[in-house]
Design a protein around this ligand. Structure first.
Ligand code: MG
Length: 270
């Protein structure tokens, strides 16, 4: 029996904040939207109503695994249509949730792999804050004691600071990724693909499908049998391409809808 596993990034791949919707039609033809995340009492993330219906179908036909850099707490705010997924990958692969509970064995394995490969988190944070200016730095956060991110004013972020920080990170086993207003620094061994392989093994998946928009998704896309990326985001900006990965023309929330459509077709053997 074929068992299809769908591992998809969430933010700016399946779900979109108001500023990331990139609606192109005139307002009177804009798609109706479903809010799938509330933050501090206000709506934050959306899918199109069509995507919502397709996601329900996808959850019924495949093992659907949300695969996100969000922490488990941030992920818990997202309520996609369909039953709650059995598995979810959070913290960029640092956590595997099984029925909503973090798997402690997986966390330990990842923490060991990270410690063996990268400079300590404290050193990376120090480097991130070195030369950071309150003019463009709004917040600094640590996620699950695994990685760090900054919330920045992207328009004011100096390109040379970013280049130098990314170079330092690279030399010390870290990856820097700029997504919207967030600048992530993630240890190289902390990957969505490692967690995907683990969940694929546990579920006996015979076909793996993936989608993602950012640099932190590249390994996920290449690890899957087939994958898609939207026409916006870090990977699109770099015209990133890879065998087995389809670069979609659609951008914004329309890309999210198209990605779910492609998952369903591929799961049906098309
Ligand atoms: Mg994303």
């Amino acid at each position: 029996m074929s068992r299809v596993l769908v591992a998809s990034d969430l933010d700016r791949t399946l779900i979109y904040s108001a500023r990331a919707l990139a609606l192109t039609d005139p307002d009177e033809r804009a798609p109706r939207l479903l809010c799938v995340e509330v933050y501090e009492g206000a709506p934050l993330s959306y899918v199109t109503e069509t995507a919502a219906a397709l996601l329900t179908e996808l959850a019924a036909r495949t093992v659907f695994v949300p695969t996100t850099t969000r922490t488990p707490a941030q992920y818990a705010r997202v309520h996609l249509p369909g039953p709650p997924p059995r598995f979810a990958i959070c913290a960029n692969g640092g956590r595997i949730l099984v029925d909503g509970e973090s798997d402690p064995d997986w966390s330990r394995r990842v923490e060991r792999a990270v410690a063996a490969d990268s400079a300590p988190l404290a050193a990376m944070r120090e480097r991130l804050l070195d030369g950071a200016d309150p003019e463009w730095l709004h917040k600094e956060r640590v996620a699950e004691d695994l990685f760090a991110y900054l919330v920045v004013d992207r328009a004011r972020l100096p390109a040379d600071w970013l280049d130098e920080t990314a170079a330092w990170a690279h030399a010390h086993g870290w990856t820097v990724s700029l997504q919207g207003r967030k600048l992530y620094a993630v240890p190289r061994a902390l990957t969505k693909s490692a967690a995907l392989n683990e969940v694929a093994a546990r579920t006996g998946a015979t076909l793996t499908l993936a989608a993602g928009d950012s640099l932190l998704d590249a390994d996920l896309l290449t690890a899957a049998d087939r994958a898609w990326r939207p026409g916006h985001g870090e990977l699109a900006d770099q015209d990133w391409r890879h065998e087995g990965v389809t670069a979609l023309a659609e951008a914004g929330v329309a890309a999210g809808e198209e990605i779910v459509r492609r998952f369903l077709k591929a799961a049906a053997g098309e």
